[in-house]
Every structure is written in C-alpha cells, then in structure tokens.
Design a binder for this molecule. Structure first.
Ligand code: NAD
Length: 553
C-alpha cells in the first residue's frame, strides 16, 4: 500500500525532430528505414503475452511500393478471441487491484521508450507501412503517441484527486474502479497514435483491453505492442488480435464480459458495432460504455476579408498532408466570388509545386494512399466528377497504381453546393470548392452547416471580427474542433481535445479528462463517525398541549 501522496508532474508536449538535411536524426531515421526494409517479419497475435500463429495469413506491403513485402500477419478468429477473453479476465484479477500509480508508471515508461530507444522504429515502421512522410510520421507515431501516454497518466492522477464534500460527522469518498469485464479497442489505419491510445487509455484505468488493430496499419501497431511488452505491461492486460473486422469483432461482441467499446474508424463500421451491441444487450453483465470517433467532411469557410495567403497554406496542408487521409482533412471549401480569382491563382500555383512518391525520398510532400480499396474508392469519386456537368476538375485528377497507390492532389470546382464530393467523406487528396456570391454569406453559412451529416472539424477565415463572430455562431454545431484563421487539422493532445459530434462520433475527446472517465466506474463511499441510535425523527414527537391551546385561541 502506498504510504504517501505521489505527485505526477504535468507533462509537456513532445518536441518533434525536423529531419532537415545534415541533422543526425535524419541519418538515424534513414538507417532505420533500411534496417526494417531489409527484413521480412512475421506478425503473430499476442495473447497472454505469448505469440500465437494461426496460419491464416496475409501479406503486409508498402502502399507506395506494393511489391515490397514487409511482413506476414497471422489473422485471428473465434478460437483466438475466446483465448484472449479468458486470459484478459484472468489478468484483470491482479491488474484491477494494482495501485493506479504503479499502472501509470508502466505507461509513462512506454512514453519514454517511444521518444527514446524506439523513436526511429515507431517513425520508420509508420512511414513504411502507412506511407507517411518523415514529418507526418514524427508528429503522430512519436509525438502524439507519447503525448497520449503521458497526459492520460496525468489526467488519471487528477481524477483520483477529485473527491466529494464531507460535512461534519462523516467522510465521503469516491473510488474510481475499472469497468467489470474487458474493453474492446478497435483502431483505424491512419494514425499509429490513435491505435496506441485506444487500448492503453482504458488499461491505465485498470481495465483489460482486447486490441484489434487495422490490418492496414499492422506493421507499426505490432512494433508498438512489442514496445508495451518491454515497458512492462503484464501478460493478458492488452491482448493483440490482428484480423479482418467481423472475424474478430463478432465473437468479441457476443461475450457477456464486454464492458466497453473504444472505437475509431468509419461511420459504417461504428454503426455495425453499435447495432451488434444493441442486439446483444441483454447478454451483457453491464451496459457497455460505447465511445466512437468516426468520419468527417471538414470545411474551410472564407469571408471576403480573409487573408488569402494564409488560407492558401492552410488549405494545401489540410487537404493534402497524408494524402487527405486524416479524419480532420479539409475536403470542402466555401469562397466568396470577390476573392476567388486571386485565391484560385495563388492556390493552384502552390498545389502545382506539391510532389508525391516514395516516402523514403524526403523531398516529397505526399506518399501513396493506403490500399487498393482506398485507391479505387478515391478514383471513383474523381471519375464521377470528371463525368459530371455539376463540377469541373481544375487541378489534378490523375492517378497511377503501377508501383504504388498514387493519387494526384486534386481540386474540384463544384457548381452545385450539394455536389456528391461536397457531401461525402472521400478520405483522399481531393478538395472540392464552392464559390458563393458575397451577398449570400449568411445563406452559405447555413448551407455549410447543413451539407454533410458529419461534424468533426472546420475552419473559418476572416479579418473582420463581426464576420468571425457570425461564422462562429452559425457553425457552432458543425464541428467538434473549430479553427479560426488556421487549418482544421493537427490537433495536439492537451491543447485541442479532439472529437466530433453528429455522425462524427460520440465526441468523448481522445486524450482528455472526460475520455478517461469513460473507462472508470465510480464507487461512492460514505462513512459516518457516530451513527444515530434512534430511528424516529423530531417531527414525529407529540405536540405540547398548551401550545395547541394557545394556537386555537
Ligand atoms: P474502418 O472503419 O474501415 O476500420 C476501422 C477498424 O474497424 C479496423 O481495425 C477494421 O478492421 C475494423 N473493423 C471493420 N469492420 C469491423 C467489424 N465488423 N467488427 C470489428 N471491427 C471491424 O476505418 P479505417 O479505414 O481504418 O479508418 C478511416 C476512417 O476512420 C475514416 O472514416 C476516418 O474519418 C475515421 N477516423 C476518425 C477519427 C476521429 O477521431 N474522428 C480518427 C481517425 C480516423
């Protein structure tokens, strides 16, 4: 038992390496890329700390050069899910009872491994497996991942301090217990940091997690799982279950011990999982906590006083960094006609400069999109725009899958503000612009609010403060993360808690105090120092005769 209050130092956000030419970090990263590429590894499931090779395998390749195989992954099914649930519940006995500061110490150590000895492995494996540039990989697979681990530990410490009022004669306390059962963590391909956060934040709170990583991010995610083992996460506390969605998901959701779902991915998958949980609700021992962050159709809205140059940079980065495969990526834009000619000229001139290709060539701004499936989906939207009378491709529109899944940065000009690519999540390097008449500013704000079912991120640009205030107000419900004169991407842990509402998710804000509460179940304890010995209340005492008489007079 701890015999003291322990302080947890407030962390600082991890600084990023620039990987500029002639820096030692650049050569270390290049060395690591070569080292990883020269090996072909096997990726097993990890259940109760042991490697499980199922023999049902798939190839793990590089999206920007799919003939290069990085690994063979073993996929799980019902049998492995059962093994994992048994081992989780067994591990839970000790883990849930362990002092929270001991648990937290493991994840703080994991953060220091990410930024220390594993830094280049986390960065290089994300670059190779998910086709990220060095900078895009560094900011998330190192920086954001370490931030999640450090800040969540600190948030947990703050929650533990939050205790109720105790009047004289009693002592009121609140205990923060883990949920009873296991948490199912299902992660997307596009952020190694999110994948790492989903199973670890519940685990920090004393839960056991079943982690189903995305097959499309399995290479970096496996390295992180090995890092967690090195950090000292006990066997069975986080079980690693690679697999195709429903092969793992369906048997997990059948278990009466499901206590929570922590999901990030597409709207379709989240709706499927939620429905399954609904169908199975009477099987569960408790009502599972459901947390899900899904897609976006993120906007940039310009007023005619907007700083055109700033908006060029913001839109270019927000639409094309990581090939537009961020849930927060700008994918629709509203520009008043008075500034459109200037904006068009400047923006297209800059997009012209954007290069894409193999991410090991550090001169590129973009890599490849994640998979054949993604490539087909994105190019389907581009072809649709090419053939439509309601839109025109004013830049890009090309694609090439001969070596990797490459899509040109593309700009569509929509004549119809409800054109398909203004409404649906494409998840690729495609930005659609609608030009509105200046006098229709307010009407267009309404249009922006009502165009898509999502409400994840959005940005407004103006110099006029009245206009900013009006836009801020009109778009209040259109985004969970709202940016003024800045791009709608790149939220930082502890600075802009991230998540959206409407069909973008439950808005439980990854990397925040409220998110940690979702993995805790409070027990309120009241202790009375001197309990009463008499059960009657004063109002029940007989009234005095003289008092009644006096009243009657
Ligand atoms: P996805 O929905 O295809 O897959 C997400 C995860 O769900 C993967 O691990 C996948 O294997 C799994 N899955 C699929 N079907 C399943 C099933 N039936 N049972 C259990 N698991 C199942 O999403 P993706 O392509 O990996 O990621 C892209 C999506 O994620 C985009 O829509 C993007 O906007 C969203 N996203 C949102 C946020 C956010 O914070 N809001 C962050 C990142 C990504």
């Amino acid at each position: 038992m701890p015999n003291a209050y322990f302080n947890v130092q407030e962390p600082e956000n991890e600084p990023y390496n620039s990987y500029a030419p002639d820096t030692p970090e650049r050569s270390k990263l290049k060395q690591k890329l070569q080292e990883l590429k020269s090996q072909e590894i096997e990726i097993p499931a990890i259940i109760n700390g042991k490697e499980v090779k199922t023999g049902r395998t798939a190839d793990v390749v590089m999206p920007h050069n799919y003939s290069h195989k990085l690994a063979t992954v073993h996929f799980c099914g019902e049998k492995e899910v059962k093994m994992a649930i048994e081992s989780s519940l067994e591990a839970r006995r000790q883990w849930a009872g362990m002092p929270w500061e001991e648990r937290m110490a493991i994840f703080q150590r994991a953060a220091d491994l990410v930024t220390g000895p594993w830094r280049y492995t986390m960065n290089a494996s994300t670059m190779l497996g998910q086709s990220k540039t060095p900078q895009q990989s560094e900011i998330e697979a190192v920086g954001e991942l370490a931030d999640f681990l450090r800040f969540n530990a600190w948030y947990l410490a703050r929650i533990m301090e939050d205790q109720p009022y105790s009047p004289d004669g009693m002592w009121n306390r609140v205990e923060y217990r883990p949920l009873e059962g296991f948490v199912f963590a299902v992660s997307p391909f596009n952020f190694t940091a999110i994948a790492g956060n989903l199973p670890t934040s519940p685990a920090m709170c004393g839960n056991v997690s079943l982690w189903k990583p995305s097959p499309e991010a399995i290479y970096s995610n496996y390295h992180f799982m090995k890092l967690l083992q090195e950090a000292g996460v006990p066997d069975g506390v986080i079980n690693f279950l690679p697999g195709e969605g429903a092969d793992v998901g369906d048997p997990v959701l059948e278990s009466p011990h499901l206590a929570g779902l922590q999901f990030t991915g597409s709207i379709g998958t989240f709706e499927y999982l939620w429905k399954k949980i609904g169908q199975n609700i009477s099987k569960y021992h408790s009502f599972p906590r459901v947390v899900g962050e899904t897609g976006g159709k993120d906007f940039i809205f310009a007023h005619n006083t907007a700083d055109v140059d700033a908006m060029v940079v913001a839109a270019l980065r927000a639409a094309y960094e990581y090939q537009g495969q961020k849930c927060s990526a700008a994918s629709r834009m509203y520009i008043p006609e008075s500034i459109w000619p200037e904006y068009r000229e400047k923006f297209l001139a800059e997009v012209e400069e954007v290069t894409y290709g193999d991410v090991e060539d550090f001169s590129h701004f973009m890599g490849a999109v994640i998979s054949r499936k993604a490539f087909d989906k994105i190019t389907g939207y581009i072809d649709y725009a090419k053939e439509s009378d309601d839109a025109e491709i004013i830049f890009g529109g090309g694609y090439d899958d001969s070596i990797g899944y490459f899509v040109e940065p593309t700009v569509i000009l929509a004549r119809d503000p409800k054109f398909k690519t203004m409404e649906e999540e494409i998840f690729g390097p495609v930005l659609t612009i609608y030009v509105y008449q200046d006098k229709e500013f307010e009407k267009t704000l309404e249009l922006c609010d009502q165009t898509s079912p999502f409400a994840l991120t959005g940005a407004i640009f103006a110099n006029d403060r009245y206009a900013l205030s009006k836009m801020n107000d009109a778009l209040r419900d259109a985004a969970g993360n709202f940016y003024i004169n800045d791009k709608p991407t790149a939220a930082i842990v502890n600075q802009q808690p991230f998540g959206g509402s409407r069909k973008s998710g439950t808005n439980d804000k990854a990397g925040s105090v409220p998110n940690m509460y979702r993995w805790l179940s409070m027990r309120a304890i009241k202790e009375t120092r001197v309990p009463p010995k008499e059960w009657t209340y004063p109002y029940m005492e007989p009234e005095k005769a003289e008092f009644i008489e006096a009243e009657e007079e």
